[in-house]
Design a binder for this molecule. Sequence first.
Ligand code: NAP
Length: 294
Amino acid sequence: MTARIIDGKAIAADLRGKVTDAVHRLRRDRGIVPGIAVVLVGQNPASKIYVRNKSNAVTAAGITPFDHVLPATTTEAELIELVARLNADAAVNGILVQLPLPPQIDAQKIIAAIDPEKDVDGFHPLNAGRLASGLPSLVPCTPLGCLMLAKTVHPSLAGMEAVVIGRSNIVGKPVAQLLLAENATVTIAHSKTASLRDVCGRADLLVAAIGQPEFVRGHWIKPGATVIDVGINRLPGEGGKSRIVGDVAYAEAKSIAGALTPVPGGVGPMTIACLLLNTLRATCMQHGVPAPRF
Ligand code: NAP
């Protein structure tokens, strides 16, 4: 068997196009222009690239970016003060504070300071609680992207055995909640899971969010399963360059899975597209306008 490759780039481009159209209609019909504040503290090279990519995508979608680049020496109080100003600014509909933050700043305190209605990352405890309670909420971007990719293969996930490897608040737990809400039977595996290989072998849908290069081997995968690889791991490549691999051994998985996301070009592009979608949804919510459904 050769797995169908789930083209995250194309699916994300399609979603970005729909969001851009909806943003255009919002401006034309109601005079509303969505805005997002992206806050970067310090000089983490990966964060700088993420923030730049996010800002470019935001602008391309017709959303107004409000970028804040702060020195690595910024104190927790200073960052909370900025978040409070952004909470109060009606032109800012979404607030994203890029993680990780420097050690003197408690990320949980910053997340909790963001107005939950502007929490386009979906990390605020209120949004996490609403998701776990099955209530409408702003949902973390990467998990939302994973769900959308899975649904391109399985429009209904009801009754499927889903295994999520990873239990972070950013990926694993919210992915599991989303799959549960879609009526999948969900197992969350982690570093203390016994017989991980056997657990994976049960999965009709396997989501790997571990952070270990090519950790999930091909022979762990149930033949025909759909595999969503969230991992982004940088390995040394040829000529001193680095290459990016996922958490799943791609070449092995390709010959046993039914469908598979590549890395890069799978979940990654969906994360940014879902950030735009969340900003649109947050804007609609704040203006009492029904959010478009895609
Ligand atoms: P994280 O916070 O480090 O969590 C990793 C999870 O994997 C933890 O729950 C950990 O278990 C589990 N784990 C680690 N080693 C394991 C092992 N040997 N066996 C089973 N489980 C193991 O990472 P994260 O933030 O969730 O990110 C996961 C991956 O996704 C990373 O590669 C990250 O770069 C990538 N990512 C990609 C995107 C995207 O846009 N594509 C976005 C976010 C993250 P314990 O809880 O027991 O420690």
